[in-house]
Design a protein around this ligand. Structure first.
Ligand code: FMN
Length: 257
């Protein structure tokens, strides 16, 4: 079983690739959470995976909340995480490990893959340049294939990029980030054509269209799906996203669109 979450498609692609390689079943965390599905039966020889993007050097809070309510009937033989990040993961595996422990599970392996960056809500943060996007996606295909093989073989190991000062990033910056996250600054410019794409792609179904314009309703993780998928680039976060690029994983060719 593979529990996964994705805002802009990178982690969804990775989860689907792992499912293809292992034959394991996919469970999309936001949908399961919405439907209140917390109980799952697992065989004793089953692999249980968690695939998601790194948010401020931590697992996204909604992943931790889901694990908090998760009840597995039966004990899986192998529990792993496979995360996507623009640069590095800090000590996100330790945060996940603690959450899993509280749910009666032990993290056996932690893997990471570098993918194009999606975070643009801060000054100086933008999407990667097209050549970097292409290089990251090409390298990611190789990496995901390699890690899928390790997962299939139930390898107990940790292989992810922690970056510099990982403890500080995860346990100080990351904790502060979660407190700062809010959708109050999201808005649609006059370029908005009321197509509703932002509402459609929001994993938390946090956006409603009112009087032809999106409205953000206070339940947001800054996944950036509304910003990146907008065909008019009309979604902005205050003034900080002005003039920045868009990226989302394109299922057809794995390239920036
Ligand atoms: C809210 C947010 C926080 C992020 N924080 C980090 C980070 O701490 N380190 C990093 O390398 N990338 C970070 N990123 C980039 C994403 O982890 C990366 O682009 C990921 O592949 C996006 O996955 P998705 O397309 O499945 O949503 C962040 C992205 C978002 C939206």
């Amino acid at each position: 079983m593979i529990f996964f979450y994705s805002g802009c498609g990178n982690s969804r692609h990775v989860a689907e690739k792992v499912a293809e390689a292992t034959g394991d079943q996919l469970v999309y965390i936001p949908q399961a959470a919405r439907e209140g599905k917390t109980h799952y039966a697992v065989r004793t020889d089953e692999r249980v995976g968690f695939v998601f993007p790194i948010y401020s050097w931590r697992p996204p809070q909604l992943v931790l909340d889901f694990i908090g309510g998760l009840r597995l009937e039966g004990k899986p033989s192998y529990v792993y995480m496979f995360v996507t990040y623009g640069d590095d993961a800090g000590q996100a595996d330790q945060v996940l490990g603690k959450a899993l422990e509280a749910a009666g599970l032990q993290l056996d392996a932690a893997f990471g893959v570098t993918m194009p960056n999606t975070y643009v809500n801060m000054l100086f943060m933008d999407v990667d340049k097209p050549d970097v996007v292409q290089r990251k996606l090409e390298e990611a295909e190789r990496r995901v294939g390699e890690v899928s093989g390790w997962i299939a073989a139930r390898k107990r190991m940790t292989d992810l990029n922690r970056g510099g000062a990982p403890r500080l990033k995860t346990f100080v910056v990351g904790v502060g980030f979660n407190k700062w996250v809010s959708d109050k600054k999201y808005r649609a410019t006059d370029a908005c054509v009321s197509c509703g794409r932002c509402a459609e792609v929001c994993p938390l179904q946090n956006i409603t269209i009112e009087d032809g314009r999106p409205r953000w309703n206070g339940h947001c993780t800054h996944c950036e799906a509304c910003y990146h998928y907008c065909p008019q680039n009309a979604v902005q976060f205050g003034r900080v996203t002005r003039g920045k690029g868009q990226y989302h994983f394109d299922e057809k060719n794995g390239r920036e669109k």
